[in-house]
Design a protein around this ligand. Sequence first.
Ligand code: FE
Ligand code: FE
Ligand code: ZN
Length: 278
Amino acid sequence: MFSIGCHLSSSNGFEAMGKTALKIGANTFQFFTRNPRGSQAKDIDAEDARKLCNILTEHNFAKLVAHAPYTLNPASSRPEVREFAKITMKNDLERMEYVPGNYYNFHPGSHTGLGVEQGIEHIITLLNLIITEEQKTIVLLEGMAGKGSEIGSKFEELAEIIDGVKLKHKIGVCLDTCHLWEAGYDIKNNLDSVLDDFDKTVGLEKLYAIHLNDSKNELGASKDRHEKIGEGNIGLDAIIRIINHEKLRNLPFNLETPNELDGYEKEIYLLKNARQSY
Ligand code: FE
Ligand code: FE
Ligand code: ZN
């Protein structure tokens, strides 16, 4: 099964996202757990969550990806910033149990001058405090472009974080094609060797989801600017190879391209047509 979707607004609740996804031909999607800037979350409407779960089952959706607010920084040098990230993520994971069995993706964070090693230690400490044996959600570290002091733009860093997490079956990785490219991983010309590298450092069994984006920038630019599919420097051919690659094709792909719904619908249609049958 080809699992393709995009980032949807969660402002009208769970069921509304399911219906929107169906309308644009998606069978998975991503959403922010709360305002992306990290403010107060709305109370969970259990009935609304149940309605979404029914849609997911009935239409055979792939796993969903909930995205943590991108302003959280679990690696910060400031204890109050780490504490805020911990409280927010813990609360998000509790809320995720209303839509059980999906993924929770977050940006590992920026070390803000502490250095990568100290930053990684903070991230590990936080994860070990919030991940529980009972939760049905798998927490995903997003691979980053490497802007500023961002941690997680190198496979080795992702591996080191996972290595420190006690409940290993609850932690994995989400790779973003724009971030990979801007971090210097040449998925356009050397996809196989990038995946081999990932397999050797992190392990492909730890890869749970893909963010599918083109990039406005050159390989290794570390700026993190997403582009529409086929309009950037990765290009359509490389993206088609990615969705069809034997090591990736069963993962859920979510678009985070600069689009409104109609643009996402067109990209989903394009990619479905470019998908080979196996
Ligand atoms: Fe992200
Ligand atoms: Fe992303
Ligand atoms: Zn990005």
